[in-house]
Design a protein around this ligand. Sequence first.
Ligand SMILES: [Zn+2]
Length: 241
Amino acid sequence: MSEVDHLLEELVTANRILAREGVVDAFGHVSVRHPQRPDRYVMSRARAPDCVEREDLMEFTLDGTPIDAAGRKPYLERYIHGAAYEGRPEVMSVVHNHSPSVIPFGVTSVKLRPLLHMCAGIGHQVPVWDTRAAFGDTDLLVVNMDMGRDLVRALGGGSTALMRGHGCVVVGHSLREAVHTSVYLELNANLQAKAMAMGDITFLTPGEVDMIAGSTSGFTIDRAWEYWCRRANRPVQSLEI
Ligand SMILES: [Zn+2]
């Protein structure tokens, strides 16, 4: 199997996992940077992630232009992905989703911060991007590169950002890492809301976040990936091609 074929199979699996784990529903999407063309990325046509098949995958230039649409309709919000790849050369995968537990943290002054060791990858504190600041009243969708770039400025050098009244964006050095962070971002938000109802929270300290993030290995992420593949009824591919 070629490097590209391998990654496309991984991308189908990523779509199914994000659906099975409740990160995406009918909406939301995941992409990978093309392994041989860093000025391009690959993502599904506009389709619910749990339904995505290999033939749905399309290649785009970073400005969101399809290479060969062949009648397929792309996601409206693909500019989130292109802007992240353009602004962050080290980013290899992007997830955009509306996972339910993160939404309250985008519409209140409560900061989303890691409180569970498995969630250190979300960063010290998740920034919130508000479309209104630069674009006024909109339908909140990221429908051009200007909006995508503004969102990526809010993301800064981090791995996650919330989008007010809408959802979030997650980036990773690999497809598996971006999926891993997305699943644990949703879990952290869920747990933080529960803990807030009980009283004051002891969050991870900045030092703990750095130590955990620095020691989270590919092995940890691959172990979760194998489990999620089982749950999503997808084969586990070796990282060796
Ligand atoms: Zn969206």
